[in-house]
Ligand binder design. Structure first.
Ligand SMILES: Nc1ncnc2c1ncn2[C@@H]1O[C@H](COP(=O)(O)OP(=O)(O)OP(=O)(O)O)[C@@H](O)[C@H]1O
Length: 311
């Protein structure tokens, strides 16, 4: 469990993180999203004690990071590319880390196997591809068999096979009851991976909800309905509290409607009860990208109106 309470960080006049409060629960993959410069990395760095908050607190397993007796056994973090001696091999690098944290040597070979780097254990890290470097970073995070994993952009630069691997790895960790907090710019990737979302904009909390609820709130939701009987169907939908508008850009002779507020099943029932023909009844699957853009655009607009000038 990670508990962030009233967390703020100022750099001079800049509020990089502004009064954030949220909880990251075990057993779930929690996605941490926000536009560039929103304050994600700063927040993650404060959680793992690399940056000091201006105010507020971040606790992992009930304690501030610096009070954890054995931090590597509690939190494993992959933040920005770590400083690694290029001349060392992957195994030497991990053995160094293990030794300084009193972790038995054999754990190094275990984590190398977990991330698929056994064959590269004797290669010098300087010759590693970006993807191998990411795997090595994840191996380092796993050394202490931590309850909590924090991954900042773990799929950056990975090929599709690597992305798939990270996705399955995070799912496995969450299914195992661990807490997984992951930031990513790749919305399609997050949509397939995260159970829960924390979204920030300009350092502030913009959303803290399950993936399903986050998507359900989007105005992009709706059902496309194609019917020659729109004049009869639309009042029926309105009576049920729904709205119907012409589908933008649609030029077909039957005209398509985008219906909101009444689900596809009920639309079909209404049409059937009144003998109205439907040529198409298609619920729209809103993408995380669309829902995210909508939310973060709103946050910016709100701030402009609120203060009277662009913040
Ligand atoms: N050491 C620092 N000194 C001054 N400003 C900083 C410092 N670190 C971060 N910032 C500023 O704080 C804000 C938040 O930065 P941060 O890197 O946390 O955002 P982010 O959401 O991780 O962005 P990105 O997605 O681009 O990585 C930015 O405006 C950034 O310029």
């Amino acid at each position: 469990m990670i508990e962030v309470t009233g967390l703020s960080k100022r750099y001079g006049d800049k509020r990089a993180v502004d009064n954030l409060t949220f909880t990251v629960r075990p057993g779930l993959v929690t996605g941490f999203l926000g536009p560039n410069g929103a304050g994600k990395s700063t927040t993650l760095r404060m959680i793992v004690g690399l940056d000091r908050p201006t105010s507020g607190s971040a606790r992992v397993c009930g304690r501030p990071y610096h009070e954890l007796p054995t931090p590597l056994h509690t939190v494993g973090a992959l933040l920005e590319a770590k400083a690694v001696h290029d001349g060392r091999t992957a195994r030497e690098h991990l053995r160094g880390l293990a030794a300084s944290h009193h972790i038995p040597r054999q754990r190094v070979d275990e984590v190398l196997a977990m991330v698929g780097l056994t064959a590269a254990a004797r290669k010098r890290v300087g010759g590693f591809s970006l993807g191998m470097g990411q795997r090595l970073g994840i191996a380092a995070a796993l050394l202490g068999d931590p309850e909590i994993l924090i991954l900042d952009e773990p799929v950056n630069g990975l090929d599709p096979e690597g992305i798939q691997w990270v996705r399955e790895f995070m799912r496995g960790m969450a299914d195992d009851g661990r807490t997984v907090l992951v930031s990513s710019h790749l919305m399609s990737e997050m949509q397939d991976t995260a159970d829960h979302l924390i979204v920030i904009g300009r350092g502030r909390l913009a959303a803290d909800s399950s993936m399903a609820d986050f998507l359900a709130r989007s105005s992009h939701n709706g059902t496309v309905v194609r019917t020659p009987h729109a004049p009869q169907l639309v009042p029926l939908l309105q009576r049920e509290g729904g709205t119907a508008e012409s589908l933008p850009g649609d030029a077909s002779p039957d005209g398509a409607l985008l219906v909101r507020g009444v689900d596809a099943r009920r639309i079909g029932e209404l049409a059937g009860q009144h003998g109205l023909w439907l040529y198409e009844l298609a619920p729209q699957r809103v993408s995380l990208q669309e829902a995210f853009m909508e939310l973060t655009a709103d946050a910016v607009e709100y701030r402009v109106t609120h203060s009277g000038k662009a913040a």
